[in-house]
Design a protein around this ligand. Structure first.
Ligand SMILES: NC(=O)c1ccc[n+]([C@@H]2O[C@H](COP(=O)([O-])OP(=O)(O)OC[C@H]3O[C@@H](n4cnc5c(N)ncnc54)[C@H](O)[C@@H]3O)[C@@H](O)[C@H]2O)c1
Length: 360
C-alpha cells in the first residue's frame, strides 16, 4: 500500500468462470472501498493471460510476467484451464508458475458452512462446523520432478516417473504455520494428514517433523491421521476438526471434499501465501474454470469473494474482511443462491446482493 491507502492489485481472471467471478469480486471490493470514505482503494491492473493468450502467443503468461507481478501488493486470480490446452500446460504455465516462483508455500483453504446453504452432511444441521485446510504449496507431489520414456521405449512400452519431494524445511514451515493458525482459533487443534504406512520415505519424514514441531506447541492438541481415514473423518466426524495440515496433493483433494460438504465447490476460498512477504501473495477460489457452466451467468461468485476477504486480511484490513464475510452470510441467509446451491440467482444477482449487504 502507498501513503494514500491505495493497494495495487493484479487481476488475472484467466479462463472460463474465472472471468465472471473475478469481475464479481472486483465489483464487491470496489464497493467496499467506495464506502470507506477514502480510507483505502484499489488500483487494479488486469492481465489477459490464460488459454486464449496461449492460443495467440504459445505462452500462458507474458515472458516478463513474473517480473511485472512482483511489484503488486497482491494477485487476485480466477481459474485456469480450457479444453484445447492440456491441463498440465495451462496449470504449470500460469498458476503453478506464480505459486512456485513467488514461494507461496502456504495455501489456506477455509471450509465454511454458511447459513441458508444446505449441506449434504446431516450433522451440519445441528453442529457448528468450521475448519481450515492448510496445504503445503511448494513441494510434495506437485514439485514437478520426474520424466517420461527415459529409454526411448516406443508406443505401448512407455514409462513415467512422478516423484514427490519432501524436505525437512518445507514440512517444518507449513507445520509451524498450521500450529500458529490453530492458536488463533477457538479450538486449538492441528490434525496432520499422512500416508506413512505406504509411503515410507516422504511421509515418514512428514510425521517425524510433525511430532517434533508439536513439542513446541504443548497448548495445541494434535492427531496424525492417514489420508484415507481423514476423508472418512471429514464426513463422519467433522466436528473434530479445526486446522488440518496436509501435503500438496492430499490437501488439494481434501479441500474439494470439504467444500462439497459445505454445499458447493463454488463456495470455497483460498489464499496462496508467501508468509515472509518477499513476493505478492495470490488469492483465488478453489474451483476451476468450470467449462460446463462458463459464460452463462451461472457461476457462484462466493468462493472468489471469500478469497477477496482473505486478501483484505492479508493486506492489513481485518475489519473490512469481516464485513465482506458478514455480507456473504447475509446473502446466503436471505436465500439468494446460485444454481449449484439449488437456487435460481445469477452471478450478477448474488454480486448485487453482496454489495447491498455491505451497505445495509
Ligand atoms: N485453480 C485452478 O485454476 C484450477 C483448479 C481446478 C481445476 N482447474 C481447471 O479447470 C478446468 C475444469 O476442471 P474441473 O471441471 O475438474 O473442475 P471445476 O472446479 O472447474 O468444476 C467442477 C464442478 O464444479 C462446478 N463449479 C466450479 N466452480 C463453480 C462455481 N463458481 N459456481 C458453480 N459451480 C461451479 C462446475 O460446474 C463443475 O460441475 C480444468 O481445465 C482444470 O485443469 C483449475
Amino acid at each position: 500500500m502507498n501513503a494514500t491507502g491505495r493497494f495495487r492489485i493484479a487481476a488475472i481472471p484467466a479462463d472460463g468462470v474465472g472471468q465472471e467471478v473475478v469481475a464479481a469480486g472486483r465489483q464487491v471490493l470496489d464497493a467496499l472501498a467506495a464506502a470507506s470514505a477514502g480510507a483505502f482503494a484499489f488500483d487494479w491492473r488486469e492481465f489477459d493471460w490464460g488459454c486464449d493468450y496461449y492460443a495467440r502467443t504459445g505462452r500462458m503468461m507474458a515472458a516478463d510476467g513474473l517480473e511485472v507481478l512482483k511489484d503488486f501488493d497482491a494477485i487476485y486470480f480466477g481459474a485456469v484451464g480450457w479444453p484445447g490446452v492440456p491441463d498440465h500446460v495451462s496449470l504449470w504455465g500460469l498458476r503453478l508458475a506464480i505459486c512456485q516462483n513467488f514461494d507461496q508455500w502456504a495455501n489456506v483453504r477455509p471450509v465454511r458452512f454458511l447459513p441458508g446453504v444446505r449441506s449434504p452432511l446431516r450433522k451440519a444441521d445441528d453442529t457448528g462446523l468450521d475448519w481450515v485446510v492448510v496445504r503445503e504449496n511448494s513441494e510434495g507431489e506437485y514439485v514437478g520432478m520426474g520424466g517420461r520414456n527415459f529409454a526411448g521405449r516406443g508406443p505401448g512400452g512407455e514409462i513415467a516417473v512422478q516423484s514427490a519431494l519432501f524436505t525437512e524445511v518445507g514440512c517444518e514451515r507449513i507445520m509451524r504455520f498450521a500450529f500458529d493458525l490453530a492458536r488463533t482459533r477457538g479450538r486449538r487443534k492441528v490434525s496432520s494428514v499422512t500416508k506413512s504406512n505406504a509411503q515410507q520415505y516422504g511421509m515418514v519424514l512428514w510425521d517425524e517433523v510433525f511430532a517434533r514441531v508439536a513439542r513446541d506447541y504443548p497448548d495445541v492438541e494434535t492427531e496424525s491421521v492417514l489420508v484415507d481415514a481423514m476423508s472418512a473423518k471429514f464426513v463422519l466426524r467433522p466436528e473434530d476438526l479445526s486446522v488440518v495440515v496436509a501435503s500438496n496433493l492430499h490437501a488439494d483433494i481434501l479441500s474439494d471434499l470439504g467444500s462439497a460438504l459445505a454445499g458447493s465447490l463454488g463456495l470455497a476460498a483460498s489464499a496462496n501465501l508467501n508468509p515472509e512477504r518477499r513476493f505478492p501473495s495470490m488469492f483465488e477460489p478453489v474451483h476451476g474454470s468450470a467449462p460446463d457452466i462458463a459464460g452463462r451467468g451461472l457461476a457462484n461468485p462466493i468462493g472468489a469473494v471469500g478469497s477477496a476477504a482473505l486478501m483484505l486480511g492479508h493486506l492489513g484490513l481485518p475489519e473490512q474482511a469481516a464485513r465482506l464475510d458478514a455480507a456473504i452470510e447475509a446473502t446466503t441467509a436471505a436465500g439468494i443462491l446460485t444454481r449449484d446451491l439449488g437456487g435460481t440467482a445469477t452471478t450478477e444477482d448474488v454480486t448485487k446482493a453482496l454489495i447491498d449487504a455491505l451497505h445495509a
